[in-house]
Write a protein that binds this ligand. Structure first.
Ligand code: R5P
Length: 295
């Protein structure tokens, strides 16, 4: 009578070890908030965006030129941004800059700016979907980013841009990042940001970008069923930026999607490293600032 543990269904005891029938097949969960029921391609792309060990990400945003032209610090992306790529987890940019300035040997995941059509000279909320899903696939986008103006004049259009992009991305397994763009008439408080983030998540965005607010930010993250990353906003003193990152992560943010506070810093590479230490290792801001100064 053959040993029960070494018998295969076909009865060939010689090959039975390879089947390891006594080891249960594991079905692990997924590390990322609200993403457990997604398909393999989505989960794989999200695992390139968010570090599965820390559950967080440092995205470098340098898409500002699509509405602002050659923003300070982004005049020469080939000189100023390419050296930063290896120190962050994700690159957020337009397809124009990706094709013209980022070497294809850079293998960081790309969050592709896909809404377009507005400039700082006119109404910023008057956007459309400016990238075909086939081009996002061609560029191997790990995510597509769409600006949403909740409460803005073109709220309806920007929400439609979001849902169209989500539908297209769902067909190909590419997650959508919904970006809460705050119009000048809106207040960046927990009530508004919570409303905007929740709406974006309910419409199916796989993660959401918003601003940090000093009061009740933990309510914004708690009520959003998918990960939230924070934008940096206008340039702050470096220590203040690191404190903001630390507080945001402590209050439930899954990282940052930061531009000016990294590429406009006196030492952008050192700043990228300091932000990364705060986000992934929860390094206290004072220690991260010391690291920045010592660089
Ligand atoms: C603005 O055009 C983009 O959405 C930026 O990606 C976003 O504002 C993040 O950049 P920053 O940290 O400079 O605010």
């Amino acid at each position: 009578m053959p040993d029960e543990q070494t018998t295969t269904p076909g009865g060939d005891t010689g090959e039975s070890k390879a089947f390891s029938p006594h080891i249960p097949f594991e079905t692990p969960g997924f590390f990322l908030r609200g993403s457990g029921n997604l398909d393999w391609g989505m989960k794989n792309r999200l695992s390139r965006i968010f570090n599965p060990k820390s559950g967080r990400t440092v995205m470098l945003a340098f898409d500002h030129g699509y509405i602002m032209g050659p923003t300070t610090g982004l005049e020469r992306i080939d000189l100023n941004i390419v050296p930063l790529c290896e120190h962050v987890d994700v690159l957020m940019c337009t397809r124009g800059v990706l094709r013209s300035c980022i070497p294809p040997t850079v293998t960081k995941p790309i969050a592709l700016r896909c809404s377009a059509g507005a400039t700082i000279l006119k109404d910023l909320s008057y956007e459309h979907v400016g990238v075909d899903i086939e081009d996002a696939v061609r560029l191997d986008a790990a995510a597509m980013a769409v600006q949403v103006y909740v409460g803005g004049e073109h709220e309806h259009d920007t929400l439609e841009n979001l849902t169209k992009t989500i539908d297209a991305g769902n067909r190909y397994g590419i997650p959508t990042l919904g970006v809460t763009a705050v119009g000048r008439e809106m207040v960046r408080d927990a009530r508004y940001l919570g409303l905007a983030c929740r709406i974006i998540a309910e419409l199916g965005a796989h993660y959401v970008k918003t601003y940090y607010c000093e009061s009740d930010f933990e309510q914004v993250t708690a009520a959003c069923p998918v990960p939230i990353v924070i934008a940096g906003g206008k340039k702050l003193p470096e220590l203040d930026t690191l404190k903001m990152c630390y507080n945001a992560v402590q209050q439930g943010a899954a990282g940052v999607d930061m531009g000016r506070n990294i590429f406009q810093a006196d030492k952008p590479v050192a700043m990228a490293k300091a932000v990364s230490a705060v986000v992934h290792q929860l390094m206290p801001p004072a220690d991260a600032y010391q690291m920045y100064q010592d660089a």
